[in-house]
Design a protein around this ligand. Structure first.
Ligand SMILES: [Zn+2]
Length: 267
């Protein structure tokens, strides 16, 4: 059965991930990959979505909003804008809760300047959480996050779990924060972006797998696809994504923003 709902999501990282990455990878050439995303990939993706009347959610670091305001205004005019850190630092990399919280607050301020309102949704840079992330999101009023992987196609409520090294895993209570789960199997970056230690998967295989996932998802499922303008925003890849969209539509799937899914989730 096809997934009922497909969420096309775009993590508009631009140059931000390269600035905070270690290992000497913050170089002009690496940053140029992000420039492609901001100056070419994102406009291509916006045109693609407009031509097909497709909703989408863009998770945008504050650094991208503040660095590339014109293309971000185009994003905000057409689509949901959600939070993706200010600096795109993975939460586990902060030295303190205060430092992590300050970056989230700064990211909210950037989104507010762009859209006029605070973001309802959050996606962690690198999809990781620190032990503080859920509390910070609750404290700052987020309605949902799209970073967890405890389910494949079903939204669920985030919890504060404990994982002591010397005892069993402890589940916390369900919290007032909806998780709309992601999957590495529906992310363009690992198969299609050369990353030093990772190769490159033949593109037809990637899109065939994405089709299979829509076909095999439960009929009330939500399939979140995570893409990056610097990866997917090339004409040949967008043509393949267009064929995927047609296939999903013919299979009965509808397309929605993540915020819409989270607001309607009965969890
Ligand atoms: Zn990102």
């Amino acid at each position: 059965m096809p997934a009922d709902t497909v969420c096309l999501t775009f993590d508009f990282d631009a140059v931000s991930p390269w600035i905070h990455v270690g290992d000497g990878r913050n170089t002009p050439t690496n940053r140029s990959r992000g420039l492609y995303g901001a100056e070419v990939g994102a406009p291509n993706v916006l045109d693609f979505l407009a031509e097909r009347d497709l909703p989408a959610t863009w998770f945008v670091p504050g650094h991208t909003i503040d660095s590339f305001p014109m293309v971000c205004e185009r994003v905000a005019d057409a689509h949901e804008v959600a939070h993706h850190g200010w600096s795109h630092t993975p939460p586990g990399d902060y030295d303190s809760r205060a430092d992590e919280r300050a970056d989230v607050v700064r990211g909210i301020e950037s989104v507010e300047r762009l859209t006029g309102s605070p973001p309802a949704g959050y996606r962690s840079p690198s999809w990781d959480y620190s032990e503080h992330t859920v509390d910070i999101l609750l404290e700052l009023g987020f309605d949902y996050s799209s970073s967890g992987m405890a389910r494949e196609f079903a939204p669920y409520r985030a919890r504060r779990d404990a994982a002591p090294a010397d005892g069993p895993y402890e589940r916390g209570e369900a919290l007032d924060l909806v998780e709309v789960p992601v999957s590495w199997a529906r992310d363009d970056y690992p198969p299609l972006a050369f990353s030093g230690d990772r190769g490159y998967t033949p593109e037809p295989a990637v899109f065939a797998d994405w089709r299979a996932q829509v076909e095999h998802a439960p009929d009330d499922g939500v399939a979140v696809y995570t893409m990056h303008p610097q990866v997917i925003g090339r004409p040949d890849r967008l043509a393949k994504l267009g064929a995927f969209v047609e296939h999903a539509r013919e299979a009965g799937a509808t397309f929605a923003e993540v915020g819409e899914v989270a607001a309607g989730a009965d969890v």
